[in-house]
Design a protein around this ligand. Structure first.
Ligand code: PLZ
Length: 455
């Protein structure tokens, strides 16, 4: 192992503090960056080029011994904290017992137990079934396969600003060209795009957003596709990569009603919003939305690769025997991690904790908006929050340069923050739900200082 830090373990026992001992990235990270450049193509990007040696609670410790505050959770994955004890111990136990059989060859209990939890925790009291996969993209892709098999219809409707993955079908469902789609076409057929009820950027203003966006949805589906041809509508209840867009209130329930009326499967992509992140188990709950199928991943397994597709029993059971699966889907080690993560969320009240994080952060972000004209919008729910940066008070032109400047200053000061947004002008915050109040406050101070220095 490269590095200078004495302890070998991560997890919550790591000192929960921001502490820089070199510039960021430090010399050992820079050495590894050179090796990376020779071994890994630049197509696989890097938000912050520090190499991590240990992590836990709300900190990432790099190979140079710098302790950074984590406001990213590896893109909303380690909600229970990195190397969470219940995850680490269950994984260690499982890995010593057996590592793989393939659930389709000889099954094991962990897979079934995770599916039982998914069936219990996802919105709606109806009878459900779940299947497990390896990633968010695979979860969304399988949700579409299930919807097509059940409805025997081809078309899929997705939204502007959507992100659903990087496989051919999910890349097609994704709205943004660069970096996700550029030069990777032709795309999958039968995918149709409708506007998202994006209050801050709706031409008619936020008040008319839900009504007008719904009218546009009905118009496009009716005139360009035909509701009777639509297998499913795929929607993120809060858009993630697209900029943490919270749909105008009332929009999603109406989409849900439309789907029910026309026999269309409503697929909620809860890959980023799920498992407590927004202050509810699933973001659909904030508006009482009960999706027919829910796609999950990220926060489900404390950092191990796992995804789930959970749906109404009659929809999931419509697929022929052996129509769904994959070699690694629902790997026993990943399932053990998921059981540890779910146990941690329930035992430690992390859904409430996400709400608390929102209550601490939102006033601070609103103060930023009062002080700095570039902050055009503050939005999100629970521990999924963002600020959208614009040219100025009366000019909503996206300002990705200001975001880049603030991010650079945060990184240099030991705060890991991520960007998002169709225009690259959104700064997003996804702290682990276990982050302590002091560390959270320190992170917000770094952010304040970065805005003050940037303007
Ligand atoms: N659906 C809503 O947020 C993944 C993408 C990072 P995978 N978001 C992070 C990147 O640039 O590749 C995501 C999501 C929503 C689906 C996915 C896809 O999940 O596990 O990355 O396949």
């Amino acid at each position: 192992m490269v590095g200078t830090y004495p302890e070998t373990q991560g997890g919550p026992s790591l000192p929960q503090r921001r502490h820089l001992v070199t510039e960021v990235p430090g010399p050992l990270s820079r050495k590894l960056l050179d090796r990376r450049a020779a071994a890994v193509p630049p197509a696989v990007g890097t938000a912050l080029p520090v190499f991590i040696e240990r992590a836990g609670g709300g900190v990432l410790v790099d190979v140079d011994g710098n302790s950074l505050i984590d406001f990213g959770s590896g893109i909303a994955v380690v909600s229970v904290g990195n190397a969470a004890p219940a995850v680490a111990s269950r994984v260690a136990e499982q890995v010593a017992r057996f590592t793989h059989t393939c659930f389709m060859v000889t099954p094991y209990e962990g897979y079934v137990a995770v599916c039982e939890h998914l069936n219990r925790l996802t919105p709606g009291g109806h009878e459900k079934r779940s299947m497990l996969v390896n990633s968010g993209a695979e979860a969304v892709e399988n949700a579409v396969k299930v919807a097509r098999a059940y409805t025997r219809r081809p078309a899929v409707v997705a939204f502007e600003h959507a992100y659903h993955g990087r496989t051919l079908l999910t890349m097609t469902l994704t709205a943004k060209n660069r970096p996700y789609k550029q030069s990777f076409g032709p795309y999958a057929p039968e995918v149709y795009r409708v506007p998202m009820a994006y209050p801050f950027r709706w031409p008619g203003g936020p008040q008319r957003c839900a009504d007008e966006a719904y009218q546009r949805f009905v118009d496009v589906v009716g005139t360009q596709v035909g509701a009777e041809n639509v297998a499913c509508v795929v929607v993120e209840p809060i858009q993630g990569e697209g900029g943490f867009v919270v749909p105008a209130e009332g929009f999603l329930p109406r989409i849900g009603d439309f789907c029910r009326e026309h026999g269309i499967v409503l697929v909620a992509d809860e890959v980023q919003t799920g498992f407590g992140r927004t202050g509810a188990w699933f973001a659909s709950e904030h508006e009482g939305l009960v999706p027919d199928v829910v796609a999950t991943a990220k926060g489900i397994a404390g950092g191990l690769p796992l995804g789930g597709v959970t749906g109404r029993a009659e929809i999931m059971d419509a697929v022929h025997v052996s129509g769904l699966g994959g070699t690694f889907g629902g790997n026993p080690v990943a399932c053990a991690a998921a059981l540890g993560a779910i146990e941690t969320i329930e035992r430690d009240g992390l859904v409430d904790r996400a709400r608390h994080i929102g209550e601490v952060m939102l006033p601070r972000l609103r103060t930023l908006a009062e002080r700095h004209d570039v902050v055009g919008d503050v939005r999100g729910r629970g521990a999924m929050l963002a600020v959208e940066l614009v040219a100025g008070r009366d000019d909503r032109t996206p300002n990705p340069a200001a975001v880049a400047d603030v991010v650079r200053r945060c990184h240099a000061d030991g705060l890991v923050v991520l960007t998002a947004g169709t225009y690259g002008n959104v700064l997003r915050f996804l702290p682990p739900l276990v982050i302590g109040d002091e560390l959270l406050a320190d992170g917000l101070d770094v952010l304040d200082a970065a805005f003050a220095a940037a303007s």
